[in-house]
Ligand binder design. Structure first.
Ligand SMILES: *[C@@H]1O[C@H](CO)[C@@H](O)[C@H](O)[C@H]1NC(C)=O
Ligand SMILES: *[C@@H]1O[C@H](CO)[C@@H](O)[C@H](O)[C@H]1NC(C)=O
Ligand SMILES: *[C@@H]1O[C@H](CO)[C@@H](O)[C@H](O)[C@H]1NC(C)=O
Ligand SMILES: *[C@@H]1O[C@H](CO)[C@@H](O)[C@H](O)[C@H]1NC(C)=O
Ligand SMILES: *[C@@H]1O[C@H](CO)[C@@H](O)[C@H](O)[C@H]1NC(C)=O
Length: 419
């Protein structure tokens, strides 16, 4: 981005942030429910900025992605945007300027003073792309709008970067009503590291055990301090194995509405570098090895965790309930705790997808519905329309939805959403 443009964005932001803070759902960098007791999240998945950046059409593709983000923000009132992994196509970036794509992707957010938080994906770490450098760039551009953080010490290639939580407060009071957890499922390749043969070094594609330990200890500390279970949501780029096992048994389009057009790629693999292909690109050989079992066990052991949101698979966007009663035959642990696992809509024009319209998952949390464990969600598409509108409540997975209930034209807004 040109310097003049960036300065202009900063001055626009200064005007916007003069508006009353409580109404906009945020104050002094903390996240708040708005005065109508709602907290609304837009999840932008798989933006894939900088893909094939040496071509003529690459900048055009990124402009279209910015348009998608803007058209969604025109329709939705957003208290927090989540960039849920694969912000960039790391294998295509140049070492010296890869992080500059952050400026382009967050411009619509900076422009509107919308805070954001990232959970990095497998394409965010590669030989020329460091997720830690992406985080620093977010901070530099977003001042107090970027909430992306790194709370677990360790090497980038081992623990990753985006492992942290954010509290969301009730408007006016300092009590925490909701916790948002972010995890780094890594994957990709280690930054600036090669074997003695000059090959790239694969990075494990699941949430690291150190991170799982931190999650377990931190949620216990919060519980001890608050003396109650605080409802929570989680974001992690690569879905856990339970989603693939569930898909394998068959998705019911009335009970799990959404697109279901590819076999899910999931966390937990063992990968080795199998050498270079004929174009000189390093290739991986991966097979599932249960690497995500500690993470799944911890998710299932988390009281109050209502849903986990992932991206990664560009042609799937349903939500499932991982029940406490019906075992998933190939997953360890085989039963869940009735949490919801959701895939998202591919937002970027970079990355594979074919003709599927781009969009973003929206999450509407109403404070009064948290007690009955209910969260509403839908996909806002780039043409303004809505698909996959469901309520993740105690009967999700049994409720049967009609097409009229899950899809709406561009005139629909969340003021008309169900309870
Ligand atoms: C950003 O920080 C400034 C100074 O600390 C504060 O006045 C302002 O309200 C903050 N803005 C947001 C959007 O949190
Ligand atoms: C990484 O960046 C360097 C410096 O710009 C460039 O020469 C090299 O081609 C890039 N490597 C890859 C694999 O893209
Ligand atoms: C990075 O540098 C390359 C090569 O000069 C250029 O084609 C590309 O547009 C640059 N990317 C950004 C985000 O500035
Ligand atoms: C910023 O907002 C202005 C005014 O709404 C709009 O014209 C412009 O395109 C926006 N810029 C970006 C990068 O979204
Ligand atoms: C869950 O939401 C659906 C859709 O609004 C509704 O039909 C169902 O009755 C709700 N279940 C409960 C227990 O409220």
């Amino acid at each position: 981005m040109k310097r003049e443009h960036f300065l202009w964005l900063l001055s626009t932001t200064a005007n916007v942030s003069a508006a009353p803070m409580l109404i906009s759902g945020r104050e002094n960098g903390d996240l708040f429910f708005s005065l109508d007791s709602k907290f609304r999240i837009s999840v932008f998945e798989d933006l894939h900025f900088g893909e094939d950046e040496w071509t003529d059409w690459a900048p055009e593709q990124d402009r279209k992605t910015v348009q998608v983000i803007n058209s969604i923000l025109d329709k939705e009132h957003v208290d927090l945007a989540v960039l849920n992994g694969d912000l960039v196509t790391g294998e295509n970036l140049y070492l010296e300027n890869g992080t500059h794509y952050i400026d382009l992707m967050v411009a619509p957010l900076v422009n509107r003073s919308i805070p954001w938080a990232s959970a990095y994906g497998n394409h965010d770490i590669d030989i020329n792309s460091s997720s830690r450098a992406l985080m620093e760039r977010e901070k530099a551009i977003g001042r107090n709008l970027s909430h992306t953080n790194s709370m677990v010490k360790g090497k980038e290639a081992e623990v990753g970067t985006s492992n942290y939580y954010l509290p969301v407060y009730l408007s006016g009071r300092k009590s925490i009503e909701l916790l948002l957890w972010f995890f780094d499922s890594k994957g990709g390749w280690a930054y600036q590291d090669r074997t003695s043969e000059g090959l790239k070094v694969p990075t494990a594609d699941y949430v690291n055990e150190e991170v799982v330990k931190w999650f377990s200890e931190t949620k216990k500390a919060i519980r001890d301090q608050e003396k109650r279970v605080i409802p929570s949501l989680a974001f992690v780029h690569i879905p856990v194995y339970a989603t693939a096992d569930f898909q394998d048994a068959g998705i019911d389009p009335k009970k799990e509405p959404g697109i279901n057009e590819e076999v899910l790629g999931v966390q937990g693999n063992k990968c080795v570098n199998k050498g270079r292909d004929k174009n000189g690109n390093d290739e991986k050989d991966c097979h599932y090895a249960g690497g995500d079992t500690p993470f799944m066990k911890e998710l299932v052991a988390t009281e109050g965790l209502l849903a986990v949101f992932s991206g990664h698979d560009h042609r799937v966007d349903w939500c499932m309930k991982w029940t406490a009663t019906k075992p998933l035959p190939h997953t360890d642990p085989s039963t869940g705790n009735d949490i919801h696992l959701c895939l998202g809509r591919h937002t970027g024009y970079g990355g594979y997808a074919g003709e599927i319209p781009r969009g973003a998952r929206q999450i509407l949390v109403r404070q009064q519905n948290l007690r009955e464990k209910s969260v509403e969600t839908w996909i806002r598409l780039e043409d303004g329309s809505v698909s996959g509108h469901v309520v993740l409540n105690t009967t999700y997975g049994q409720d049967s939805y009609t097409a009229e209930q899950t899809s709406h034209d561009g005139a629909w807004d969340d003021a008309k959403a169900r309870g």
